[in-house]
Design a protein around this ligand. Sequence first.
Ligand code: AKG
Length: 233
Amino acid sequence: MLQASQPLELPQPIEPLGPKPFELEQLDLERLGLEQLVFEHPGLNLRLQPRWLDHEQADALLQELLSNVAWKQEHIRLFGRVHPLPRLTCWIADPGCAYRYSGLQQVVEPWTPALQALRTEISEFCGCAFNSLLLNLYRHGRDAMGCHADDEPELEASAAIASLSLGSRRTLRFKPKSGSGLAAQSQSFALELNHGDLLVMDPPTQQHWLHGLPRRTRIESPRINLTFRRVRG
Ligand SMILES: O=C(O)CCC(=O)C(=O)O
């Protein structure tokens, strides 16, 4: 696994969302001797650790999770009609960590040994004792997640959210919340998330910014995203 090195404070970390989103590959991190990117902007605090898992580790974890997680099809009620969420999910948490997500009370599964080990490593890496995990399975590019902030009252606002990506490369979009006072001065931007990348969203990001995963209709292969969270005890 990569070790955190000298964080890079990019002078212009935010790229406007234009026809071509910000792509990490444009920066040759290895040639620059960098292992972590830090994005700071008013109300936004992100750390991106490319290839936190190497290719082999990420492949093995992807296969394990595709086969062994109790994936569920959740539904959401919108304007009186029930719709399936465009992804499968699984919620894992310590006992007593109840959490509503997208207006849904989650059925909680226990930690598997592999996910417990991963939680320990990611908690150490982030300096945050995560007690819950939401897994999302995007079966193909038609699966997606709308723009939202992980700012529910059950979540500790002072804790980071750590997001590990596995499988097909997808775009994560960020935009300032409209009532945040940042909308006028901050532009939307996007990050490309690759197999094995770890994105840490530190406070106060969820208070001021929304994020979402748009559809990519040409993608046929799956992506799994794991978001480690800290629910109030
Ligand atoms: O799939 C992703 O990268 C985003 C997941 C997400 O936003 C969430 O679980 O709240």
